[in-house]
Design a protein around this ligand. Structure first.
Ligand code: GLC
Ligand code: CA
Length: 591
């Protein structure tokens, strides 16, 4: 099949950041160095060899700035200081240095759609209508309904439940908060705000940081009419206003403002972009010649199990072909149009991928983890691995009661349910099941370092800020580092393979194979006359697959196999009819 050479696009735009993979750290739950039960920066520094050995190029540090932690640091009270519980600016400098010494880079999290209500800017802004900071946030007068009752300026729902507007008594106006009440949105129309953000960006780049992950960056430009959102969910009072603030009118202008600085420093950037399904719109942000950002996180594949109307805590269903269709769309589009993809299954907002995308029997969890690693990392794009994913950490136990959940998103939902449907035990039961499947808490349990008490995250007699998932005796880093067959080592093999065959796996094209198959995900990557097949059995059965029927049976070499690349596996991939073991994934160089 590879006889027709796949010519790469005329210009390939090679870049170090395309070749990189990223490891994400959520500081509260990474490693506690001083036995106060909370992860911290020195704890991260102590694990840098472990991270380097995984084979990643970049470490992304989630928000570690001073914060009241209403939304675990995504509510920043001071962009220039580090939360006391995590350490100091000097500790971050050590972390940067430790990364650099090991040939890795460090990304900071840039959260500038909103601040904490404890930020000085907001305190001043709310103090008076005449404050020079008034216009740094989005203030609007109330509306009044036909009965003369005060109402918010529009009907937008907050991402964390309820109205997106909060009334502020002292000045009699509402302020906008797309997230928690304690996370007021900045007003990017104000040039002083943009300047302040540019200063923050420079400050951390000057400290040696190598770039940023940008929080909900596509929300920074809002339709200044602040119109009501159409009624989408008939059961809801407040409606999604995303069409008026996701990728709003001035987004690209604002991104270019930041992009200019990033370019000066040759910095890395990845933007979080919820709600955007329009590939052309994303392309405007990431095309190589736009100088905005390198890549974005899109949400299609992680919203796959949500009910309609952004209702994540209601059951939704999906098929493998849905997932494949999302990947195909973005993979092909970016390749053809000079853009780039960020690849991820997990992050601090998503449940654990083995549970979400596979949900295998216990004994097959490592196999499923390896399959997911293979499929993700050999797509075209920069792979992101979230802490604990490299050892296959799972969702919280179904037995956990609500007292174990900590996340504002989940807890606000629960509060709302108890308020509005206090006697509906069925709805409560379903919600509880959905929390165990989708709550952000699933990602936020402490990293399981060993089989010691508390999983080695903190001292044996310390009560960690969030309980350790009891699976730590079975799933932990110490065991996996020792075991060459572990998921941890498998991840490093996949990342190595991606670099060894850089042309194919980083710069090659992507083609979906056997589109309608609900049990197999197969794709080829090709560059010039070289071509590789990535083939994954998404079931817990042995599975027969007709490679000849898809014209990918001309095996040159088995490059990687989740069941090991020993001679025996080569035998199984000769001839046209192949058998795959449960959750087996294999990477094959074709003739
Ligand atoms: C992003 C973050 C999430 C946070 C929200 C508000 O989605 O990833 O953790 O709660 O933005 O900052
Ligand atoms: Ca600590």
């Amino acid at each position: 099949m590879s006889s027709t050479p796949v010519k790469p696009p005329n210009e390939i735009h090679r870049a170090w950041w395309k070749e990189s993979s990223v490891y994400q750290i959520w500081p509260a739950s990474y490693k506690d160095s001083n036995d106060d039960g909370i992860g911290d920066i020195p704890g991260i520094v102590s694990k840098l060899d472990y991270i380097r050995d995984l084979g990643v190029d970049i470490v992304w540090l989630c928000p570690s700035y001073k914060s009241p932690q209403v939304d675990m640091g995504y509510d920043i009270a001071d962009y220039y200081s580090i939360a006391e519980e995590y350490g100091t600016v000097a500790d971050v400098e050590k972390l940067i240095q430790g990364c650099h010494e090991r040939g890795m880079k460090l990304l900071m999290d840039l959260v500038v759609n909103h601040t904490s209500d404890q930020h000085d800017w907001f305190k001043k802004s709310r103090s008076s209508k005449d404050s020079e900071f008034r216009d740094w946030y989005v203030w609007r007068p109330p509306r009044y309904d036909e009965n003369g009752n005060r109402q918010p300026p529009n009907n937008w729902v907050s991402h964390f439940q309820g109205s997106a507007w909060e009334f502020d008594e002292p000045t009699g106006e509402y302020y906008l908060h797309l997230y928690a009440v304690e996370q007021p949105d900045l007003n990017w129309e104000n040039p002083a705000v943009r300047k302040a953000v540019h200063d923050i960006v420079r400050f951390w780049l000057d400290k040696g940081a190598d770039g940023f992950r940008m929080d909900v960056i596509n929300f920074i430009s809002k339709d200044q009419g602040f119109p009501d959102a159409p009624n989408q969910d008939p059961d809801a009072i407040w409606q999604w206003g995303d069409r008026y603030y996701a990728n709003g009118p001035r987004l690209h202008e604002y991104l270019q403002g930041i992009g200019k600085i990033l370019k000066e420093y040759d910095a890395f950037s990845v933007g979080e972009m919820p709600f955007v399904k329009d590939t052309d719109e994303v392309l405007k942000a990431v095309r190589y010649d736009r100088n905005e950002i390198n890549m974005i996180f899109n949400f299609e594949h992680v919203d796959i199990d949500h009910a309609p109307w952004g209702n994540k805590f209601k059951p939704g269903s999906w098929k493998l072909t849905d997932l494949k269709a999302f990947f195909e769309r973005w993979q092909v589009f970016m390749y053809n149009n000079g853009g780039w993809n960020a690849l991820y299954w997990e992050n601090h907002d998503q449940p654990r991928s083995i549970d979400r995308y596979v949900n295998p029997p216990q004994a097959l969890r490592p196999a499923a983890g390896k399959m997911l690693a293979t499929v993700l990392a050999l797509h075209a794009g920069s792979p992101f691995i979230y802490q604990g994913q490299e050892i296959g950490m799972g969702n919280v136990p179904i037995e956990w009661d609500m007292g174990e959940y900590k996340d504002i998103d989940c807890l606000n939902h629960w509060k709302g349910l108890l308020e509005h449907k206090p006697t509906d035990t069925e709805a409560q039961k379903i919600a509880r099941q959905e929390y165990q499947k989708k709550s952000r808490d699933n990602a936020r349990t402490p990293v399981q370092w060993s089989a010691e008490p508390n999983g080695g995250f903190t001292g044996p007699n310390v009560k960690p800020w969030m309980s350790v998932n009891p699976e730590y005796t079975r799933v932990n880093a110490a065991d996996q580092v020792k075991d060459p067959q572990s998921l941890y080592h498998y991840w490093s093999e996949v990342l190595k393979l991606r670099k060894t065959y850089l042309d194919i796996f980083v710069y090659g094209n992507y083609k979906l194979v056997d589109r309608d198959n609900q049990e197999v995900y197969a794709y080829t990557r090709a560059y010039d006359t070289s071509q590789a097949l990535v083939l994954a059995n998404w079931t817990d059965n042995d599975l027969a697959w007709d490679a000849a029927a898809h014209n990918v049976d001309q095996v040159k070499e088995v490059l990687l196999d989740t069941y090991g690349t020993a001679g025996a596996s080569r035998e199984r991939f000769s001839g046209g009819q192949w058998t795959l073991r449960p959750y087996e994934a294999v990477v094959i160089l074709l003739k």
